[in-house]
Design a protein around this ligand. Structure first.
Ligand code: C2E
Ligand code: MG
Ligand code: MG
Ligand code: MG
Length: 278
């Protein structure tokens, strides 16, 4: 009987493995197909509003990639971004998201003050990254480069073993702004905060969701707000899901936030901005 159940367990494990492998294979196939074909159709870029908390006006938007499979399903980035990073496909994917975001900034004009684009360590480590960024800014004709924000995470510095600080300085020299994404997660947050020429700190949603009912979270948020202000950075809280958390953040003095309470990521045409371009 023991042998029987052992075998059953092994069988179950195999099935789970096979499922994971095939989900991966499906995602990889979809990703390669998308990059070979019509990027706009297969890798749509969605936008989520970032809202100024004192007047509830639109402060900016975050660009979030989606992957459409042949059967019309949308694969969430949690499933294809790590895969894209492993395979190196993140480089053309990231370029597509950047190009789309720059075009959108120009099309939307002042209605959307800035767009925040996630950049993975692998992209930043490419020697061609800064030249590509420079060329794309020129091509799009974005008059004010500070309307582009690049979001990076701590793993940018930790994973690669190469010093990307010069690269971050070069990005800043272009006038593009930097945001520290998912701040508070990871290992050396304070060192990270001090060593990177960032303009914006994005407070991870693990500190934000439920903050209205959690003294500890409220204390951490107050400390991060104080620290960021002292270092000359502004703060965007991520993952605001209800009115109570939005109100608690506002009264703590947090300048801006994003989350389902304000709006989910949507395609550009549904973003609710009337394009000034005719
Ligand atoms: P992120 O950069 O931290 O983006 C925020 C994520 O939180 C998004 O997930 C967004 O949909 C989700 N979110 C926003 N508001 C709420 C909320 O109120 N509650 C909850 N529970 N979640 C909320 P998404 O779109 O699934 O993206 C996941 C991650 O994938 C992103 O996390 C980012 O790290 C990565 N990613 C997405 N697009 C790109 C891209 O173009 N390039 C790179 N390198 N990474 C990307
Ligand atoms: Mg982000
Ligand atoms: Mg984040
Ligand atoms: Mg992230």
């Amino acid at each position: 009987a023991a042998k029987q159940s052992g075998r059953a367990r092994v069988q179950l494990f195999d099935d789970t493995m096979r499922e994971a492998t095939s989900a991966r294979a499906v995602a990889e196939r979809a990703l390669r197909a998308a990059l070979d074909d019509d990027l706009e159709a297969w890798l749509p870029v969605w936008f989520q509003p970032i809202v100024s908390l004192h007047d509830r006006r639109l402060a900016g938007a975050e660009a979030l990639a989606r992957l459409k499979t042949a059967d019309g399903n949308l694969v969430p980035p949690g499933e294809f971004i790590p895969l894209a990073e492993e395979t190196g496909l993140i480089v053309p994917l990231g370029e597509h998201v950047l190009r789309t975001s720059l075009n959108q900034l120009v099309a939307w004009g002042d209605a959307v003050p800035y767009i925040s684009v996630n950049v993975s360590p692998r992209q930043l480590a490419e020697p061609g990254f800064v030249p590509m960024l420079t060329a794309e800014l020129t091509r799009a004709g974005l008059a004010d480069p500070s309307r582009l924000v690049l979001e990076i995470t701590e793993t940018t510095m930790l994973e690669r073993g190469i010093d990307l600080r010069d690269r971050l300085d070069a990005i800043k020299t272009l006038g593009v702004r930097l945001a520290l994404d998912d701040f508070g997660t990871g290992y050396s947050s304070l060192t990270w905060l001090q060593s990177v020429p960032a303009d914006i700190v994005k407070l991870d949603r693990s500190f934000v969701a439920g903050l209205a009912h959690d003294q500890d979270k409220a204390a951490i948020i107050a400390a991060v707000l104080w620290l960021a202000r002292a270092l000359g950075m502004t703060v965007v809280a991520e993952g605001v899901e209800d009115q109570a958390d939005a109100a608690a953040l506002a009264s703590a003095g947090c300048p801006a936030a994003q989350g389902w309470f304000f709006g989910r990521p949507v395609e550009a045409s549904a973003f609710g901005v009337v394009s000034a371009v005719t």
